[in-house]
Design a protein around this ligand. Structure first.
Ligand SMILES: [Zn+2]
Length: 261
């Protein structure tokens, strides 16, 4: 049985799901709020929502690209309405907070081109990447979900010519064999998206040495996937897609929660 309610507006004509499951009494999660990059120009907050049981544990990050804002707002929405009663969920909504404030992809350089980062890097994104990796290692979640946005919808022809430019409405994995977890999350996300145009597809993308997702998998040995919404859609729709994806990935990893909006 679904343990959360997702209300997606009629605009998306997505099904409304009512949950009959209630958490045990007195099981409010507590929130640990701190920052990475303390006292630096890239200082950015993270939030850890923890129940009495630490596991399963998942981390959601957004804003690695500062102008891909839908995932950032979706984190905010989910944190507002979720109550976790089993497991832990971490959020870093604005990884490159300077880029978010300036509404640009990156300030000095594209953050997703400098992983695993450099503690003493000249450009702040290099130091930020290093600290981000350090945080993920310390937090040590079972999964990391990276929220991004793409300008173009997935298209076989475009993918053949320009892989980087064809990712709207996909879940990206760097493994040619799709994990059970990914397949389940994919299936359950698409259940709520009746319009076939906007259903997500799983897309294999070969290992990239400088990307956050690949470094999390390769260096930290933590499964990680990327959600890409289509940036030409209205912002409100993209936020709802990210919200749906966050909740589904959280649920499929075994975290127990309610979601009332
Ligand atoms: Zn991106």
């Amino acid at each position: 049985m679904r343990t959360f309610i997702i209300i997606l507006l009629a605009m998306l004509s997505v099904n409304l799901v009512h949950s009959q499951t209630h958490p045990p009494k007195n099981t409010e999660h507590f929130v640990i709020q701190y920052v990475i990059g303390e006292n630096t120009e890239y200082q950015t907050p993270y939030y850890i929502l923890r129940s009495e049981s630490e596991y399963p544990k998942i981390l959601i990050d957004a804003g690695i690209h500062g102008d891909e804002v839908a995932g950032i707002y979706a984190c905010d929405t989910v944190m507002k309405y979720i109550n976790i009663y089993e497991g832990t969920v971490g959020f870093i909504p604005m990884v490159n907070i300077q880029a978010f404030k300036q509404n640009v992809r990156g300030v000095g350089v594209d953050l997703n081109q400098v992983f695993p980062g450099d503690k003493n890097g000249k450009i702040y994104e290099e130091r930020l990447a290093y600290e981000f990796m350090d945080f993920v290692k310390e937090f040590n979640p079972d999964y990391v979900i990276n929220l991004h946005e793409a300008w173009t919808k997935f298209d076989e022809n475009l993918y053949g010519k320009q892989k980087d430019k064809s990712f709207g409405q996909t879940f990206i994995t760097n493994s040619e064999t799709f994990s059970d977890y990914l397949v389940r999350s994919h299936l359950n996300t698409n259940k709520y998206i009746p319009n076939p145009e906007y259903k997500f597809r799983i897309q294999y993308f070969p290992f990239k040495a400088n990307h956050s997702m690949d470094n999390i998998i390769d260096k930290l040995n933590i499964p990680s996937y990327t959600v890409e919404t289509l940036r030409t859609l209205p912002l409100a729709d993209r936020i709802k897609y990210h919200e749906l994806c966050i909740l589904t990935f959280i649920e499929e990893c075994g975290v127990k929660f309610t979601y009332w909006k």
